[in-house]
Design a protein around this ligand. Structure first.
Ligand SMILES: *[C@@H]1O[C@H](CO)[C@@H](O)[C@H](O)[C@H]1NC(C)=O
Ligand SMILES: *[C@@H]1O[C@H](CO)[C@@H](O)[C@H](O)[C@H]1NC(C)=O
Ligand SMILES: *[C@@H]1O[C@H](CO)[C@@H](O)[C@H](O)[C@H]1NC(C)=O
Length: 204
């Protein structure tokens, strides 16, 4: 069971986001695929903006209208260690100071997150294509440009998708709401990690 339900409280989010000290330093050039990290910062930012917009109460697509998405728990991918291994060196979290920043491990975990969410979201119903154009598209762009090995080998396959017949539209959207909230928090972490690597603060 890769997902765990977490109570989504402002305090928890604050804790998740405050576990970091972001120190400015000089620029550093390369991500694994050879792209400059500047473009990865850009793609990660685009993804985050679109997810943030979908979850906003005034979202014009009204994907989560009428269900108080903000009040639901989030489902977070706990198969990865992104939130801990991508902490910047020297940041203080829960009273412990993180030691050396492991760039490779951070990138690997981000990669796993991206492919996990790509698979899960591809298998969600998307009758009007909003999920595809607002989330899967920018997600795919980030993967293609910065985390090429996170791309699933068979992108078109819908095999093994969840059985939608037994659930109604409201339950499906509710489930999607929880997944998207988890993905939102994870995308914030990923944005910070990519920004941090872009600054090159961890190199010696
Ligand atoms: C959303 O939450 C508010 C405040 O808790 C409540 O008054 C309202 O009925 C809820 N709406 C839905 C659709 O659940
Ligand atoms: C996350 O950490 C656990 C415990 O240290 C480890 O067993 C697991 O392999 C890690 N997962 C990833 C994706 O690195
Ligand atoms: C963000 O979502 C809109 C649709 O809501 C889409 O047109 C746009 O292309 C998306 N942005 C990116 C970078 O894919």
């Amino acid at each position: 069971m890769p997902l765990m339900k977490l109570s989504f409280t402002p305090g928890l989010l604050l804790l998740a986001l405050s576990c970091s000290t972001w120190v400015v330093s000089r620029s550093l050039p390369l991500m694994p695929s050879g792209q400059t990290t500047d473009s990865c910062v850009f793609y990660a930012r685009m993804l985050l903006e679109n997810i943030t917009n979908l979850l906003a109460p005034d979202d014009p697509t009204r994907m989560f209208s009428g269900m108080n998405c903000t009040r639901h728990n989030m489902e977070l991918n706990l198969e990865t260690n992104t939130s801990t291994v991508c902490l910047p060196q020297g940041s203080v979290c829960s009273g412990e100071t993180t030691s050396a920043f492991d760039r490779k491990s951070c990138l690997t975990n981000i990669e796993k997150d991206l492919s996990y969410y790509y698979q899960v979201l591809s298998n969600q119903p998307d009758s009007d294509g909003t999920l595809g154009s607002s989330v899967l598209l920018p997600l795919r762009e980030l993967m293609e440009n910065c985390f090429i090995s996170s791309l699933p080998t068979d992108l078109t396959s819908k095999e093994g998708s969840e059985d939608h017949s037994s659930t109604n539209g409201f339950n499906q959207r509710q489930r999607l709401c929880k997944i998207m909230k988890g993905f939102h928090v994870r995308t914030i972490t990923i944005n910070r990690a990519i920004g941090y690597m872009n600054l090159g603060e961890h190199t010696t």
